[in-house]
Ligand binder design. Structure first.
Ligand code: T46
Length: 136
């Protein structure tokens, strides 16, 4: 699969702001897929490490609803590290990208919008298998 870490991008979520606070809206044109699943990470210990896998077909949009964390990305050739710390800036992760997530701040919450339902067969959990997958 030819996707690269350069296909991963920050997308700003349109936000309505007034004296009562801010309201951010993810509507259909904001991200390039239809949402079929929503999940979130919370109560994450600061030394926790999540991810450590890639997806074959899944698109995801990660939003740091609260706090911050780091996303380490690999495509088999290049690497990128992105810190997410603004609730109006989410990260679009395309299929075929290895990710590891760490450095969670206290009380951080990671909301994930996903293009498909949970399917364990969509995961590549061994890095060697990921390297093979990227060569096909
Ligand atoms: C990613 C980060 C941000 C389910 O039963 N349903 C689900 O929708 C999900 C996502 C997971 N699970 C089960 C499967 C495992 O037994 O929950 C357990 C932990 O799942 P996973 O290894 O996927 O957890 P994370 O936090 O390492 O990764 C997840 C996403 O899979 C991943 O793509 O970017 O959240």
């Amino acid at each position: 699969m030819k996707t690269s870490v350069n296909d991963v991008k920050i997308i700003e979520v349109p936000t309505v702001s007034d004296t009562r606070g801010k309201l951010a809206v993810v509507e259909k044109d904001c991200i390039p897929f239809a949402v079929k699943r929503v999940y979130y990470l919370y109560d994450v210990p600061s030394d926790s490490y999540r991810g450590g896998h890639a997806h074959k077909n899944l698109y995801q949009f990660l939003i740091p609803l609260s706090g911050s964390f780091e996303v380490h990305l690999k495509d088999g050739e290049n690497e990128r590290k992105i810190t997410l710390n603004k609730p109006n800036k989410g990260l679009l992760i395309v299929p075929g990208i290895w990710r590891e997530i760490d450095n969670f701040s206290s009380g951080s919450v990671c909301l994930v919008l996903a293009s498909n339902e949970y399917d364990e067969s969509d995961y590549i959990r061994a890095y060697k298998d990921f390297e093979l997958f990227k060569r096909t």
